[in-house]
Design a protein around this ligand. Structure first.
Ligand code: FPP
Length: 252
């Protein structure tokens, strides 16, 4: 399918997604929660394809939070199995779409087998020039900020930098997704209006969009609704509305 540039007016460069509602989707159908997660993989595949077609620069998805280990053991192990099989089945096609895959989070907690698959996917797609797909696994925003602080503290300790060098820009360079455009649009499905420890640093100026759709039901039409909502957001970044309008007139 050809490129879709219909949202050129104000198109997000970077979309981040909390894919919530798999369990409820399955429950409504008297199916096990794992069936909901499998259906969630299908919705994820479609989202990635749609974002590639729409020439979105970066897409970041929350696949497994550092808090998700608290779920029943059986659900955790079936999610791990699903990540493994999904990587096995999807990476080739993602590579063909020139998608660059990155994983953010503390992947060291996963099995050697899963860690290897993650590394292989990153290595294979490293030089791709298409959309950057970041998958957050064993990720928590507080972990991310603390991890950045730790690396910076080590640099201060070793004398590489001074404590007076520490500022927001430096922290930016050490949190996950450094180097990507800051997220413009956050989408959360499943009806809850919270961030749930996702990218707490990076979301400072992100537009937050919430939909009641359960993740497996999130299709292209749902994405288009989110993008249409985004088009009408006035992004002020601390300025006044008048200043932004004036700047837009000058740029026209
Ligand atoms: C939240 O729904 C979903 C998850 C914790 C898992 C997300 C994983 C996928 C969508 C699989 C696809 C991703 C990859 C990269 C393989 P929930 O279980 O919290 O739903 P509920 O709120 O209805 O219980």
């Amino acid at each position: 399918m050809g490129k879709d540039n219909t949202q050129e007016m104000q198109k997000p460069k970077h979309i981040v997604v909390v894919m919530d509602g798999n369990g409820r989707w399955a429950k409504k159908r008297f199916m096990p929660r794992t069936a909901g997660h499998k259906a969630g993989v299908n919705a994820t595949r479609e989202l990635v394809k749609a974002c590639v077609e729409k020439s979105i620069d970066a897409l970041t998805i929350f696949a497994f939070s550092s808090e998700n280990w608290k779920r029943p053991d059986q659900e955790v192990s079936s999610l791990m199995e699903l990540f493994l099989t999904t990587l096995q089945s999807e990476v080739k096609e993602l590579h063909e779409q020139s998608v660059r895959m990155c994983f953010i989070g503390d992947v060291g907690a996963f099995s050697e087998k899963l860690q290897n698959k993650i590394r292989q996917a990153e290595d294979l797609t490293r030089d791709n020039t298409g959309m950057c797909l970041s998958i957050a696994v064993n990720y928590g925003g507080r972990w991310d900020v603390a991890n950045a602080c730790k690396i910076i503290a080590e640099k201060v300790e070793s004398g590489e930098i001074k404590s007076s060098d520490v500022n927001a820009e430096l922290v930016n360079q050490h949190v996950a997704l450094a180097g990507l455009p800051e997220p413009d649009l956050f989408i959360r499905t499943g009806g809850d209006k919270r961030i749930s420890n996702f990218l707490i640093w990076q979301l400072a100026y992100t537009e937050l969009y919430f939909t009641d759709a359960l993740w497996p039901d999130f299709d292209r039409n749902e994405l288009d609704q989110a993008l249409a909502w985004f088009v009408n957001r006035q992004r002020r970044f601390g300025k006044t509305g008048d200043q932004v309008e004036q700047a837009n007139k000058v740029n026209c």
